[in-house]
Design a protein around this ligand. Structure first.
Ligand code: 6R9
Length: 657
C-alpha cells in the first residue's frame, strides 16, 4: 500500500527496544561511527570476521571502472563451505539448519552435518552430469529442502544458479533458460499449494520442447508422486543421490565469481537477469542478517516466509542465515492451508523467535481478524521483520500488537533484487522505531534522497532514493547486457550536482526524509508494479495482452489494493473484427487466463475493462495516470493534454457496465 505523503510527517509514535532487549543485543552504536569513517574498510573487517577465506584478500574495493565494482577481488572462498562445512568443523554439526514443514503436514529436519552431506552428494551429482564452474543451472522447485540443497550444490562447484519461481509459466521459464543458456534444470514433479497438488514438470517439458535448447539434462525431485512424462534427458534426483559419493572437498573460487542470476521485472518488456557474485554478496548478507535481526544462532529459531524464487529467499532463507549458522523453518505452502492459523501454528510448534515476512501477508491476517493468531502461543517471538513494499502504519501497529505482544521490535527492511542485501532498516536492538518508516541506512551503506537535478531534498521533503557509494552485495550487472545496466541504474543522475563525487545508483523508488532525517519509502516511480511484494512490469503484461488475437491495444496500471498493495488492472481495446464474436465476460476470462499462462498466475489482472479507446496524449503516449485514477475510483485528474478530452468520460462509463 503506498503510504500517503501528507500523513507521514504526523506519525509521532516511537518504539524503543525494551531495556532488557537492548542490554543483550549484538549490534552496537559503534558500527555506525566506524562505518561512516571508511565504509570500504568497515566491509573489509566484516568480510574477515564473518567469513572463512581460503585465500585472504588484500584488495578491498576496485571502483576505478564504475558502475562495475569489484570487492575483495584477489580473495578466494567457497560460498557453500561458508554456509555448511565450517559450522560442522566448528563443532556445530548437530545444530538443526532446517526444520522443513510441508503443506500437507509432513516434516523433516536437517542438521548442519546432514545438510553438508546432502550438498556434497548433490555437488557430485552435478559434476557427474558434466556441470562445471561458470555453467548456469536453472532451479524450478517448490519450497522444499532440495531447493536449498540445489542452490548450495551449484554454488559449491562454482556454477551459477538461476532460480525461477515455481509460479512462473513455461513461457517465462523458457525465456530465462534461453537467456542464460542453462545446461541443466532441477525441478520436481510438483508441489503442494493451497491444499492442492500443483504440477511443475509439465512446464519444464513445454519449455524444453524445441530441440535447440542448451539444456542437456533435467533432474527431477519426487515430491508429490503424480504422473509425469519422461524424456531421455530426465533423471530422478533420488536415483542420482543414492549412488553419489558423500565426499566432496570444497574448492576455492575468486570472490568475484558469479554466484547467481535472478530475473526481475524492469520498465520494459523483457525481464532483467540480475547478476550477483560471491564474496561481497555473502559478507553483506551475513552482516545484515546478524545485526538487523539480532540473530543469536545458538538460541534463535528464525523463519523467513519468502519463496527461494525471490531475492528475499536467496539472501534471507539461504545465504545470510546459513552463513551465520542459524536454525530456521522452511515452509512449503500458503498461509491459509489447511487452515488460516497455519503460520501461527508453525510458530508455536517450532518456537520461532524471529519472523520475517511481507506487508501483504500481514494485511491479509488483519482482515481475517486477531482472534486467529490469538489462539496460538506466539510468546517465543522476539523480532519481527517486514520486506517487499511500504508497510502502512496501521499494519505495522497490528503486527507489533497482535503478533509481537506489543513488545517486539519491528524492522522494516528496504532493499531490492539489485541491492542483494538489506540497505535501509532499523537494527532490532538499537533503533527507536517509527511505524511505517524504513528509517536509516544500515552501517556501511550510504543513501540519499535527491530531486531530479541531483540536489539533496532536505528534511521534510520527498524525492528519489539513491545509493551514493558502492556496496558489497550490489548487482554486478545485467546478464549479457552491460548497456542496459548503465542505462537503468546509473544514467539518471549523470552530470548532476549530486554525482560530482561519483556515480549514483538510482533505485526507482520515491522516498521522503522526515524532520529527523529518517527515510520513508513511497513506492516505485516507474512503470513497475508491486503486487503482494512481487515486482511486475506494466510493459510485460501489456505485451502479453496484445499478443492475444482478441486484443488491439492494452494499458495496464497498478491500482491500490487493500490486501496486495497494488493490483494489476488492465484496459483493453478489442480488435474490431473480434468485437462481435465474444461477450465481454468471455473476453475478460480468456485474457486473464492468457496472461496467467504466459507470465504466471501472479500477473493475472484483478480487473480487465473492455473499452473503446485508451486515453492518449497528442504524441500518442498512453496516459496511465488517468487510468490509475479511474481504476482507484478517484475523480480523473487533468485531462487537458489528451488528444480527445472526452475519452475518459467514455471509459469511466464503460467501466460501470
Ligand atoms: C527485497 C525485494 C524491490 C522493490 C523496491 C521497493 C519495494 C522492498 C520495501 C519496499 C518499501 C520496504 N520494497 N522492500 N518498499 N519498504 N521495506 O522486495 O526485492 O522484489 O526486487 O523488489 O520492492 O519498491 O524497489 P524486489
Amino acid at each position: 500500500m503506498t503510504v500517503k505523503i501528507d500523513t507521514l510527517l504526523h506519525e509521532s509514535r516511537r518504539f524503543a527496544p525494551t531495556a532488557e532487549f537492548a542490554a543483550q543485543t549484538i549490534a552496537t552504536q559503534d558500527l555506525y561511527a566506524v562505518s561512516q569513517k571508511d565504509p570500504a574498510m568497515f566491509w573489509a573487517d566484516q568480510a574477515r570476521n564473518l567469513l572463512y577465506w581460503h585465500k585472504p584478500f588484500t584488495k578491498t574495493l576496485d571502483w576505478t571502472n564504475p558502475p562495475f565494482a569489484k570487492w575483495f577481488e584477489d580473495g578466494e572462498l567457497n560460498v557453500a563451505y561458508n554456509c555448511l562445512d565450517r559450522h560442522v568443523l566448528a563443532g556445530n554439526g548437530d545444530r538443526v539448519a532446517l526444520y522443513f514443514e510441508g503443506e500437507p503436514g509432513d516434516s523433516r529436519s536437517y542438521t548442519y552435518s546432514e545438510l553438508t552431506t546432502e550438498v556434497k552428494k548433490a555437488a557430485n551429482v552435478l559434476l557427474g552430469l558434466g556441470v562445471t564452474a561458470g555453467d548456469r543451472v536453472a532451479v524450478y522447485l517448490p519450497m522444499i529442502p532440495e531447493a536449498v540443497i540445489s542452490m548450495l550444490a551449484i554454488a559449491r562447484i562454482g556454477a551459477v544458479h538461476s532460480v525461477i519461481f515455481g509460479g512462473f509459466s513455461a513461457e517465462s521459464l523458457r525465456s530465462r533458460i534461453d537467456d542464460a543458456n542453462a545446461v541443466l534444470v532441477i525441478t520436481a514433479d510438483g508441489g503442494y499449494r493451497k491444499g492442492k497438488i500443483s504440477a511443475l514438470k509439465p512446464a519444464v517439458d513445454a519449455a524444453l520442447q524445441t530441440n535447440d535448447s542448451s539444456v542437456k539434462n533435467v533432474l527431477v525431485v519426487k515430491r508429490t508422486g503424480q504422473d509425469v512424462q519422461w524424456n531421455d534427458r530426465d533423471i530422478w534426483w533420488s536415483d542420482a543421490m543414492k549412488t553419489a559419493s558423500p565426499e566432496h572437498e570444497a574448492e576455492a573460487f575468486p570472490a568475484e565469481n558469479p554466484l547467481f542470476i535472478l530475473y526481475t521485472s524492469g520498465t520494459t518488456g523483457a525481464p532483467k537477469g540480475i547478476l550477483h557474485t560471491s564474496g561481497g554478496y555473502l559478507t553483506q548478507n551475513a552482516f545484515t542478517h546478524q545485526n538487523v535481526f539480532d540473530l543469536k544462532p545458538e538460541t534463535d529459531i528464525y523463519w523467513c516466509t519468502a519463496d527461494v524464487g525471490w531475492i528475499t529467499g536467496h539472501s534471507y532463507v539461504v545465504y545470510g542465515p546459513l552463513a551465520n549458522g542459524a536454525t530456521q523453518v522452511l515452509y512449503e505452502g500458503t498461509p491459509d492451508s489447511p487452515h488460516t492459523g497455519r503460520w501461527w501454528e508453525i510458530i508455536e510448534k517450532y518456537k520461532v523467535s524471529i519472523l520475517y515476512t511481507a506487508p501483504t501477508a500481514i494485511r491479509t491476517f488483519m482482515k481475517l481478524g486477531r482472534q486467529i493468531p490469538q489462539k496460538f502461543d506466539l510468546s517465543s517471538l522476539r523480532v519481527l521483520g517486514s520486506v517487499g513494499e511500504p508497510i502502512n502504519p496501521e499494519a505495522w501497529m497490528w503486527y507489533r500488537e497482535v503478533i509481537g505482544s506489543s513488545l517486539t521490535p519491528i524492522v522494516d527492511t528496504w532493499w531490492q533484487t539489485e541491492t542483494g542485501s538489506i540497505m535501509v532498516s532499523a537494527l532490532a536492538g538499537l533503533t527507536e522505531t517509527k511505524p511505517g518508516a524504513a528509517q536509516v541506512p544500515v552501517p556501511g551503506i550510504t543513501i540519499d534522497v535527491l530531486d531530479d537535478d541531483g540536489v539533496h531534498v532536505g528534511h521534510g521533503n520527498g524525492g528519489l532514493l539513491v545509493v551514493t557509494q558502492p556496496w558489497p552485495a550490489m548487482l554486478r550487472g545485467i546478464w549479457g547486457d552491460p548497456e542496459r545496466f548503465k542505462e537503468t541504474y546509473w544514467d539518471k543522475f549523470e552530470g548532476t550536482i549530486g554525482a560530482k563525487d561519483g556515480p549514483l545508483y538510482f533505485a526507482g523508488d520515491g522516498a521522503r526524509l522526515d524532520h529527523d532525517g529518517d527515510i520513508w519509502l513511497l513506492g516505485r516511480v516507474d512503470d513497475v508494479m508491486n503486487v503482494s511484494g512481487h515486482r511486475l512490469s506494466t510493459a510485460e503484461i501489456e505485451s502479453s495482452l496484445v499478443a492475444h488475437s482478441l486484443t488491439a491495444e492494452a494499458a495496464v496500471v497498478g491500482a491500490a489494493d487493500e490486501t496486495t498493495g497494488q493490483a494489476v488492472v488492465a484496459f483493453v481495446v478489442i480488435k474490431f473484427s473480434q468485437s462481435e464474436i465474444a461477450s465481454h465476460e468471455d473476453i475478460v476470462s480468456i485474457l486473464r487466463a492468457h496472461v496467467a499462462q504466459q507470465i504466471g498466475a501472479i500477473a493475472r489482472p484483478r480487473d480487465i475493462y473492455v473499452v473503446d479507446e485508451l486515453p492518449k496524449t497528442r504524441s500518442g503516449k498512453i496516459m496511465r495516470r488517468l487510468l490509475r485514477d479511474a481504476a482507484e475510483g478517484r475523480d480523473v485528474g487533468d485531462v487537458t493534454t489528451l488528444a480527445d478530452t472526452m475519452v475518459m468520460n467514455t471509459i469511466t462509463a464503460q467501466m460501470k457496465k
